[in-house]
Write a new protein. Structure first.
Length: 195
């Protein structure tokens, strides 16, 4: 569920459109205000910077993704939700120019290397933490959960980078998601055998 006032959501939408059109680094608060017919002062009432808008937009979009995983409580529900997520992610990967994923890389690379590294590390830590909470409902072994979290993270970011190069295909996406589903089932079977 998207959080924020109707006006904030309008600002986020306009910002995303502008970032897609112009690139993250080229968008100014003035551009955003002009897009939605709001004075810069009016815009500052809601947000202090383009970065703050972007982070709010990213939080809203990722909260929507995480919410679909709330139903996970066993391997079958995990697989079913993963397939639902896969359909949405596949659509984004095949249309990467208009997605949060495409502008996220622009955001990170707008910073000097040391700052970028810290921001990307924080995003990684947050994502792995959320995935760990979901997967630990299914996998009791923390090492198995960690292994699967890292595999999913690497797979998704690899696909995103491939999509940004324009070299991704539906077959590549299907293959990677199918292999991840197989890995989930194999790791689950192994954990069941140990018990």
């Amino acid at each position: 569920m998207k959080k924020g006032s109707k006006r904030k959501l309008e600002i986020q939408k306009a910002s995303k459109e502008l970032i897609i059109e112009k690139g993250y680094s080229a968008v100014t608060m003035s551009d955003i205000g002009q897009r939605i017919n709001l004075s810069v002062g009016g815009l500052y009432y809601h947000y202090r910077s383009v970065e703050e808008i972007f982070l709010d937009l990213a939080a809203n979009e990722t909260d929507n993704v995480w919410s679909i995983f709330e139903a996970v409580n066993d391997i079958e529900s995990l697989i079913n939700v993963f397939r639902k997520y896969f359909k949405a992610e596949k659509k984004d990967l095949l249309n990467v120019e208009n997605t949060l994923n495409s502008i996220s890389y622009q955001y990170y690379f707008s910073f000097p290397a040391e700052i970028r590294k810290g921001k990307m590390q924080a995003a990684y830590t947050e994502t792995i933490g959320k995935m760990t909470l979901i997967l630990s409902k299914v996998f009791e072994n923390p090492q198995t959960t960690e292994q699967l979290c890292n595999h999913i993270y690497v797979m998704l970011h690899g696909l995103n980078v491939l999509a940004l190069t324009g070299q991704i295909t539906e077959d590549i996406i299907d293959y990677e998601f199918k292999k991840t589903e197989i890995l989930m089932r194999c790791l689950y079977s192994e954990s069941e055998e140990v018990q």
